[in-house]
Design a protein around this ligand. Structure first.
Ligand code: DQA
Length: 143
């Protein structure tokens, strides 16, 4: 199976960005470990972009060959109708991930445009949340 993992703006800085909130492990290190755990039955196509259009282009161009999608859209979670529309069009299982517990933070982080079009949401479990999300999308039987 082929799983898309998408990280939005500023998530390229994981490991050094506000480590008290987001931890001190880089996404590259985390992804490498995850890929080696699942390599016998799944592979990851990873994309990170600081631009909304880049994320939408990636979804449009890669979803037809994907079996599941895991997205942390960063701050675009709270602003982007366009990313929501791109996700709404997909039939594959989709999970929204947030590293931090956004509900314990500023109120502008409490609303997500993406949650209503995702199958599940994982919030506040650190980078491990991406692994739980991948396990979930892999467990869903294709339609
Ligand atoms: C985040 C939470 C967002 O509010 C924030 O803008 C991020 C990261 C998280 O993973 O906790 O960039 O999506």
């Amino acid at each position: 199976k082929n799983i898309l993992i998408i990280n939005g703006p500023n998530l390229n800085l994981l490991g050094t960005r506000e480590p008290e909130i987001y931890g001190d492990v880089s996404f590259g290190t985390f992804l490498h470990n995850l890929e080696s755990k699942i390599q016998d039955y799944a592979r990851v196509t990873y994309y990170q972009s600081n631009s909304e259009g880049g994320i939408i282009d990636f979804i449009q161009e890669n979803s037809s060959e994907a079996d599941g999608l895991v997205i942390n859209a960063g701050a675009y979670t709270h602003t982007s109708v366009a990313i929501r529309d791109a996700l709404a069009n997909l039939k594959i299982p989709k999970v929204e991930v947030h590293i931090s517990n956004v509900h314990r933070r500023e109120s502008f982080r409490h609303h997500s445009y993406l949650s209503p079009v995702c199958d599940g949401i994982i919030i506040g479990m650190g980078l491990d949340g991406y692994e739980y999300a991948v396990d979930f999308v892999l467990s869903v039987d294709p339609e």
